[in-house]
Design a protein around this ligand. Structure first.
Ligand SMILES: Cc1cc2nc3c(=O)[nH]c(=O)nc-3n(C[C@H](O)[C@H](O)[C@H](O)COP(=O)(O)OP(=O)(O)OC[C@H]3O[C@@H](n4cnc5c(N)ncnc54)[C@H](O)[C@@H]3O)c2cc1C
Length: 402
């Protein structure tokens, strides 16, 4: 039985390995010059390969419960066993994030490639698939080069639209649509957030440990001000749940309560009474941050002295420190995004086999589906799990999709 895996990324490599057995010939068709380019870029080159805490609540889409099939059959423990068997020594870091002990993403790709070769899986790079159609019991695959290939089963693992320079430019969507599959609205996720530029331009380059809240979700960590808005791990995480929220609130002193901050501000007024407001935050906050806080709280001009601050102004300043509001003006583009929000509608696929309910023998896995995860190893986990399920089902001779 010939199985074609279209796309040699995380989910495609896993699917190909899982699909290979005595009865199958597996070929990976990859449009790039090499497989797994995106894996090398993950986790800042360290590959945050999964997360010990991964569960259904970390995933989004029209139907996040679609991940349950994977959670039951091949989830974090099974993934780590799989990689251990391939030779990966892994380590768990903060918040359940798992990395290879070598701290290099290339070791994850290396062991996958070695297994692909050892199993005799054929890899055809520079093979950009244009279309797939059913011809009797077979699939006919057409490449942009004009070449064609046939297969008994097809696993579509072409990724989404995020980070197109790493290979995934959205080529899988029209292939699926031609079979009658629906694609939900697509948007960049795990990406920087644009705010009113005037509110942040003067703060460009400043990093602080803050607690960012959007809607009913909060994340604490390093927030970076840029000339267009906000960046950093909490921003990436919350970009996954932006929805229709119009603003983000940043707590720049998350270790302290509002009352603590107010008391601190009052005490400073007493012992820095002669200091100009321009110096009021010296020793407490970054200078540019302090001045922006005062401006946002309406406490200008900065030539006033600290003793002139009224009780009402101090409360306003404490409020800005604890919940600094930034209007959301969208996100940065696909080039900056780590994942795609939206994709192939999951209701049209079986959550255990990843097989299309419309086309027998057609399987889909990874980011191409309408499932996206939080920042922290969750998206690769989905790629590994869905790839494993698709590969195992496609490679099973008894499987009804034949
Ligand atoms: C910079 C960056 C850092 C990231 N870091 C992490 C991280 O640390 N942890 C984490 O969990 N997630 C991370 N992610 C997200 C994660 O990498 C992806 O969600 C995951 O790789 C998706 O796997 P996939 O197999 O579905 O798609 P991809 O990995 O995108 O693979 C798709 C493959 O299909 C090929 N292809 C596309 N169209 C065609 C076609 N028509 N014909 C043939 N081949 C085609 C592409 O060239 C590509 O090789 C990161 C993403 C980026 C961009």
């Amino acid at each position: 039985m010939d199985i074609a895996v279209i796309g040699g990324g995380a989910s495609g490599l896993m699917a190909a390995i899982a699909a290979k057995n005595r009865d199958t010939r597996v070929t990976i068709y990859e449009r790039g010059a090499r497989v797994g380019r995106k894996i090398l870029a993950t986790g800042n080159g360290r590959c945050n390969m999964t997360n010990m805490l991964a569960n259904e609540g970390n995933y989004y889409g029209r139907e996040p419960s679609f991940v349950r099939g994977a959670i039951r059959r091949f989830w974090v423990r099974e993934t780590l066993d799989f990689f251990s068997e391939l030779g990966i020594l892994w380590k768990e870091e903060r918040d359940g994030k798992v990395y290879p002990y070598s701290d290099t993403a290339s070791s994850v790709l290396d062991v996958l490639r070695r297994r692909v070769d050892a199993l005799g899986i054929i890899t055809q790079c520079s093979s950009d698939v244009k279309a797939v159609r059913k011809k009797g019991h077979k699939f006919l695959i057409t490449f942009y080069s004009g070449k064609t290939a046939e297969a008994d089963r097809v696993i579509l693992a072409t990724g989404g639209r995020a980070a197109p320079s790493l290979g995934s430019a959205g080529g899988g969507y029209p292939i699926l649509e031609a079979f009658g599959h629906k694609i939900t609205e697509l948007a960049p996720s795990l990406v920087q957030i644009k705010t009113d530029a005037d509110a942040v331009r003067a703060l460009k380059g400043i990093k602080l440990n803050g607690r960012l809240t959007i809607g009913d979700r909060s994340e604490t960590g390093e927030v970076l001000f840029t000339d267009y808005g906000l960046s950093g791990p909490p921003v990436f995480s919350l970009s996954a749940v932006l929805g229709r929220n119009k603003y983000a609130e940043l707590d720049i002193m998350p270790e302290y309560s509002y009352e603590d901050v107010l008391m601190m501000l009052e005490a400073r007024c007493a012992y820095l009474s002669d200091a100009e407001l321009a110096e009021y935050f010296t020793g407490m906050l970054n200078k540019r941050i302090g001045q922006a806080v005062l401006k946002t709280a309406g406490a200008a001009p900065l030539s006033r002295t600290a003793s002139e601050l009224t009780g009402r102004e101090l409360k306003k300043i404490a409020s800005v420190i604890k919940a600094w509001r930034f209007n959301i003006r969208g996100t940065m583009s696909w080039n900056n995004a780590q994942v795609t929000k939206g994709g192939a509608e999951t209701a049209q696929f079986d959550p255990v086999t990843m097989q299309s309910k419309l086309v027998r023998g057609l399987y889909v896995c990874g980011e191409l589906l309408d499932i996206d995860g939080d920042c922290g190893g969750y998206n690769l986990q989905w790629a590994w799990s869905s790839g494993y399920l698709a590969g195992t089902a496609a490679g099973s001779v008894k499987h009804e999709g034949r």
